[in-house]
Design a protein around this ligand. Structure first.
Ligand code: F0G
Length: 342
C-alpha cells in the first residue's frame, strides 16, 4: 500500500505533533528496467525512476505534500506558486484535499494542456502572466511577502525536504546508490533535493543535470533572458536553486549538460516505443543527455548502473505527443473492414 511520503519517511522529515496528516498516496514510484536503452547507452543497467506515477503525475507531489502540510500547520489559509504547470497541478490538488485556497501564476501560452486542466479541475485560481516562468516567480515572491500567503515553489525548504525522499527510495529498491543519476534541471530544486537525500543516506552517486539547449543557464554559467524549448516544464532561464545545483554537481563529481529539442524528442520516442514508458518531453532530457555523453565517448558508462529520473507523465502534454508523432502513426480507416485491413 502507498502510505505516502509523510508517513513512510516520518523519521527523516521535519514533522511535529502538530503537522496535519496529509497524503494522496505520493511516492513509492517504480524503478523500471530499460535494457534496450541500456544497450544503446552502453551501461550495465539503466533504471527509469518513473515519477509520472505520482498522484498528480509528477515528482512535485513529494515536496508539495510536505509544503502544504507545514503551511497549514503554520496557520495558512491559502498557498501561491509560479509554475510551468506541474507545480500548479500538484499545489492545486493538495490545497483541495486539505481545504485551503490555491493561487497559481503561469506563463502565457507555454503550459502543457493536461497541467492546466488539472489546476482548473482542482479549483485553483489561475493568473496567466505575460512573461516567462522567471518573471512569474519574481511576481509570486512579491505577492507572498506582501500578503503572507504561503509560497510553495521550491524556494520553500519543505519542498526540497519532501523531494529528497526519491533518493531514499532508489537506495532502498536497489540496495545501494547507483553509479550515476541523470535528471532534467529547470529551477534546480530537484537536483538540490536528490543530492540532499543521497548525502543524508551517506552515498555519493555522480549527478548529471540535463538542461534544454535553449534554456541552459547552468551550462552557460549565466542566466538566459529568453529561454525556449519544446520541454516547457524546464523553460527556465534563471534557476532559483542555482547554488544548490552547482554544489550537487561539484560534490558529486558530476556535470551539467544540454540537449537540443530534436535530441529530447528522439529520447522521448525511444522511451515510449522502446521502453514502454510514456513521459513528458522534459523528462526525456536526461535520457537524451546520457545518449549524447555515450555517443561522444563510447564505453564511458561501461559496467555502470545508472538511473534516469522521468519527472512527469506523458499524458501531461498530449499536444507534443500528437505533434511529434511520426507520420502515419495513425491511419484513418474507412468504415469497411476489408479496406481497413489493407
Ligand atoms: N521535469 C518536470 C516534468 C518539471 O515539471 C520540472 C519543473 C522539472 C523537470 C525541473 O525540476 O525545477 O526542480 O529543476 N517544473 C516546475 C513547475 C518549474 O513549475 O512545474 P526543477
Amino acid at each position: 500500500m502507498r502510505r505516502g511520503v509523510l508517513a513512510r519517511f516520518a523519521d527523516r522529515l521535519p514533522l511535529t505533533a502538530r503537522t496535519p496528516t496529509l497524503t494522496l498516496g505520493e511516492g513509492d514510484t517504480p524503478l523500471i528496467a530499460a535494457p534496450r536503452l541500456a544497450r544503446e547507452i552502453g551501461c550495465r543497467f539503466l533504471w527509469l525512476k518513473f515519477e509520472g506515477q505520482n498522484p498528480t503525475g509528477s515528482f512535485k507531489d513529494r515536496g508539495m505534500v510536505l509544503a502544504i502540510a507545514k503551511a497549514v500547520e503554520d496557520g495558512a489559509t491559502a498557498a501561491v506558486c509560479a509554475s510551468t504547470g506541474n507545480t500548479s497541478a500538484s499545489a492545486a490538488a493538495y490545497c483541495a484535499v486539505i481545504g485551503i485556497a490555491c493561487r497559481v501564476v503561469v506563463p502565457d501560452g507555454k503550459v502543457a494542456l493536461g497541467k492546466l486542466a488539472q489546476a482548473v479541475a482542482h479549483g485553483a485560481r489561475i493568473v496567466v502572466l505575460r512573461g516567462n516562468f522567471d518573471e512569474a516567480l519574481i511576481a509570486v515572491r512579491a505577492i507572498a511577502k506582501k500578503t503572507g500567503i504561503a509560497l510553495v515553489n521550491s524556494v520553500n525548504p519543505y519542498r526540497i525536504e519532501g523531494q529528497k525522499t526519491a533518493a531514499f527510495e532508489i537506495i532502498e529498491t536497489l540496495g545501494h546508490a547507483p553509479d550515476g543519476l541523470a535528471l532534467p534541471v529547470g529551477n534546480a530544486g530537484n537536483i538540490t533535493a536528490y543530492w540532499k537525500g543521497f548525502r543524508e543516506a551517506g552515498t555519493k552517486p555522480v549527478l548529471y543535470g540535463i538542461q534544454a539547449a535553449g534554456a541552459a543557464p547552468l551550462v552557460l554559467g549565466t542566466p538566459v533572458a529568453h529561454p525556449e524549448t519544446i520541454a516547457t516544464a524546464i523553460r527556465i532561464g534563471n534557476p532559483a536553486s542555482w547554488a544548490g545545483a552547482v554544489a550537487a554537481r561539484d560534490e558529486s563529481g558530476g556535470l551539467f549538460g544540454k540537449v537540443t529539442d530534436d535530441q529530447i524528442i528522439e529520447a522521448y520516442r525511444m522511451l515510449a516505443s522502446g521502453a514502454g514508458v510514456f513521459c513528458e518531453p522534459a523528462s526525456a532530457a536526461p535520457v537524451a543527455g546520457l545518449l549524447q555523453l555515450s555517443r561522444a565517448q563510447p564505453g564511458r558508462f561501461a559496467g555502470q548502473e545508472l538511473v534516469a529520473v522521468l519527472t512527469g507523465h506523458g499524458l501531461k502534454d498530449p499536444q507534443t505527443a500528437i505533434g511529434s508523432a511520426p507520420p502515419l502513426g495513425a491511419v484513418v480507416a474507412p468504415g469497411d473492414l476489408e479496406e481497413a485491413l489493407r
